[in-house]
Design a protein around this ligand. Sequence first.
Ligand SMILES: Cc1ncc(CN)c(N)n1
Length: 242
Amino acid sequence: MSFSTELIEAGTPILDHIMEHPFVKGIGAGQLSKEALMFYVTQDFNYLNEFLHADAVALLKSTSREDMQIIDNQLDFLLSSESEAHKNFCEVAGTSYKSLQGQPMAPTTKLYTNHMLETLKAGDLIDIIAAMTPCPWTYAEIGKKLVEQGKNTPDNVFTPWIELYADTADEDSGETPEQLPLFEILDREAPKYSRQRLNQAKRSFLESCEFEWDFWEQAYYQKDWQFLPGVKLPVGTTVKTK
Ligand SMILES: Cc1ncc(CN)c(N)n1
């Protein structure tokens, strides 16, 4: 069994829970609160900035042009296309994208990005990519499954979001999840490592999958810092979602 198949098998129970999450169901139903959408975009803007940094280090640690091209495509998608998904949510929430940028990280965003950044300091390419892959993998699967369920109807306000991510699964080319580009890097790297090292990378992949679920949960319930009574926060450091 390839390493990517092993990761996908291990991560599928978490993906199944993600598909059942009320935020993801809300995308399918075209109904989410303004507060949840704004919290998501505020935090995802922060998350994707750190993901870009992770991509930059992954590029630095790549040795083949093939791997560099995959990472470059990922960077390009993040910088050019993915903001369209954020703009779709902002439009439905009736707010400007700009107003949601530059806010503090909420706890789950901080934990998830720290988990990725930790691999940049101490890890090899396989560790970095293993921690990063649940991001494109779970969203491609969400988009694909929502399309399969026929949720991308003309009257669903989130159809642009659904179709953007469904396209990343590249159904037309008949690709399997294992053929998502970051999985290709993992399969090229895996034979260089011991079983123990692969298990570490697998654990890191699963932690990121779990963080993906947490990220939906954080936005749906707007789980922000709960500073203890009496704490006076510096001006301009609270997240504005209302
Ligand atoms: C938290 C998270 N995970 C994944 C993606 C999809 N790139 C995203 N935008 N945000």
